[in-house]
Write a protein that binds this ligand. Structure first.
Ligand SMILES: NC(=O)C1=CN([C@@H]2O[C@H](COP(=O)(O)OP(=O)(O)OC[C@H]3O[C@@H](n4cnc5c(N)ncnc54)[C@H](OP(=O)(O)O)[C@@H]3O)[C@@H](O)[C@H]2O)C=CC1
Ligand SMILES: O=C(O)CCCC(=O)O
Length: 498
């Protein structure tokens, strides 16, 4: 296990460095805020400059390294991640609060992503297409985009950086990672693992600090070719606007307001398991979390009773304790945000069936714990049914038909994940066709994405790109069309006669 507090540094051009200003910040344990987990640099524009310079220099060799050789390096990272999985998972649980079992799952996603992306190194196919000319061949090849800025949130501190870094690197790009300031230690240990795998200087650079300083300097920097951002829709809109203004390719993975429909013909035990995991897994701090349960009126009463019973038995605690099912929120402002939405719920006339307040348990009083909460009498027009809460709060909405359920599900500015529990195959296919979301689960919870499949959403959840799976290769490469004219001269007559 890692001994805390850790002293984390930036990693630029193969060296561990303090910020040029020497300023530092702290990350603390959300289950007990008295405990400092790490100190880390509060970097500025001059540190970003150094990282961009290092990444640009490294790009010249890396882009010419054959993709299968790049892939071998990525595979090696996957192997070391597997060896150090427990260490990384424990640190994650200490630093952002998720239960150990979930933290292991987070690291496992990083491993899966490395293994999958390494395979892509041998599959970076283009196309050959017949030319209209007799003396020409035509083809498309993939080229790397260049220097990529990767800006990540705290809720999946290993998986999300890996979703971005593994495909970016295998495609021949170099990267600068700006992790969330709540999880600097996880990002530092991750980069140490890359270093252990034999990281060439400048290929991966790590710059810690405030989003509105480091993040902003990155998105504005003329040496950055691509920005891949995962975070809130509010920040994402600003990132997208800046990238538009400065002509950068940008991939935005943003918020969600995901719903699970439970129909009158559903297997209720199965739907219950899905609802509990979807709503309270990672303390509701997933972009795919179930925030709305859309319940058919014929099963609503029975299902609500089952839900209440199960929620009452959930064990809150420190993520590092083996029997914990629900950990703390990540920081004070998350606790305030969730408390604020409870006030909104009261004002809008929703009814708290369970939870609804900061946890008062003596053992947990130094952590950011909020009780798992169920809100009843919620209607689709209420703010609690439309805005992302990002905490352990689920709203119950009653409907009378399948058509109404789909309409309510779609009635949100977001479109990431969705789920339908039904035993009617026709309804399942209709849901697949009519739901406006990037991901639809049939008889499964809204959470639990697999790294070899495209991930992302519609509407205010993003800008149309997909990460993970083969879609990630589209994000991190440019198409180049190549014509080979083997006659050695222009054939005027053929051109004119076309
Ligand atoms: N669709 C998806 O794939 C996912 C979406 N999310 C969404 O992320 C949100 C929670 O994450 P959270 O970290 O609070 O989101 P934020 O948008 O606050 O932050 C995300 C990242 O952006 C940085 N940042 C903040 N301001 C700027 C800026 N002006 N320019 C550039 N970068 C900036 C942050 O730095 P700092 O830490 O210093 O603030 C952080 O690294 C939720 O809305 C959730 O739905 C989360 C996971 C997956
Ligand atoms: O919230 C996220 O950042 C990813 C969640 C993936 C999933 O649970 O499907």
């Amino acid at each position: 296990m890692v001994t805390t507090p850790l002293t984390c540094l930036n990693y630029i051009d193969g060296e561990w460095l303090a910020a040029k200003s020497q300023a530092i910040l702290e990350s603390r344990n959300p289950a007990d805020w008295r405990e400092v987990i790490a100190t880390f640099p509060s970097s500025g524009a001059e540190d970003v400059d150094a990282a961009v310079m290092a990444a640009s220099k490294a790009y010249h060799n890396w882009r010419l390294t054959p993709a299968p050789a790049r892939a071998e390096f990525i595979y090696r990272i996957g192997e070391i991640l597997l060896q150090r999985k427990e260490e990384l998972a424990y640190l994650m649980s200490q630093e952002m609060g998720k239960p150990l079992a979930e933290a292991r799952g987070d690291v496992q996603e990083g491993i899966d992503c490395a293994i999958y992306s390494a395979g892509e190194g041998r599959r970076m196919f283009g196309q050959t297409t017949p030319s209209e000319m007799p003396n020409k061949f035509a083809m498309t090849v993939r080229s790397p985009v260049g220097v990529c800025a990767l800006i990540t949130p705290w809720n999946f501190p290993v998986a999300i950086p890996c979703w971005k870094m593994m495909p970016a690197l295998v495609c021949g790009n170099t990267v600068i990672l700006k992790p969330a300031k709540d999880t600097p230690a996880c990002a530092t240990l991750l980069v140490e693992i890359f270093q252990q795998a034999g990281l060439p200087n400048g290929l991966v650079n790590l710059v810690h600090g405030h989003g509105d300083e480091v993040g902003q300097a990155l998105i504005e920097h003329p040496g950055i070719n691509l920005v891949s951002f995962t975070g809130s829709s509010q920040t994402g809109a600003e990132v997208g606007a800046t990238c538009g203004r400065t002509f950068k390719r940008v991939c935005l993975e943003l918020g969600g307001k995901n719903a699970q429909i439970v129909m009158d013909d559903a297997d209720l035990e199965l739907a219950l398991e899905g609802a509990i995991w979807g709503a309270f897994g990672t303390t509701g701090q997933r972009c795919t979390a179930t925030s709305r349960l859309i319940l058919h009126r014929d099963i609503k009463e029975k299902f609500t009773a089952m839900l209440l019973d199960k929620t009452r038995k959930l064990r809150l605690g420190k993520g590092t304790e083996s029997d914990t099912e629900v950990g703390p929120l990540v920081n004070k402002s998350q606790l305030e945000r969730v408390s604020y939405y409870l006030e909104v719920a009261h004002n809008e006339g929703a009814k708290v069936l369970i939870g609804g307040k900061v946890c008062t348990d003596e053992q947990l009083k130094h952590g950011f714990f909020f009780e798992p909460t169920i809100l009843n009498h919620v209607t689709p027009d209420m703010r609690v049914a439309r805005e992302e809460i990002f905490g352990p709060v689920v709203t119950l909405i009653e409907v009378s038909s399948f058509e109404e359920a789909i309409k309510v599900l779609n009635d949100t500015p977001y479109g990431l994940s969705s789920s339908v529990y039904t035993s009617d195959v026709n309804r399942a296919f209709q849901a697949m066709r009519d739901i406006e979301a990037g991901i639809t689960y049939i008889n499964g919870p809204t959470i639990g994405a697999e790294v070899h499949l495209p991930f992302g959403g519609v509407k205010q959840t993003g800008n149309g790109h997909r990460e993970a799976g083969s879609a990630a290769i589209d994000v991190f490469t440019e198409w180049k069309t190549v014509y080979v004219d083997f006659s050695g001269r222009l054939q005027r007559a053929q051109i004119d006669n076309r």
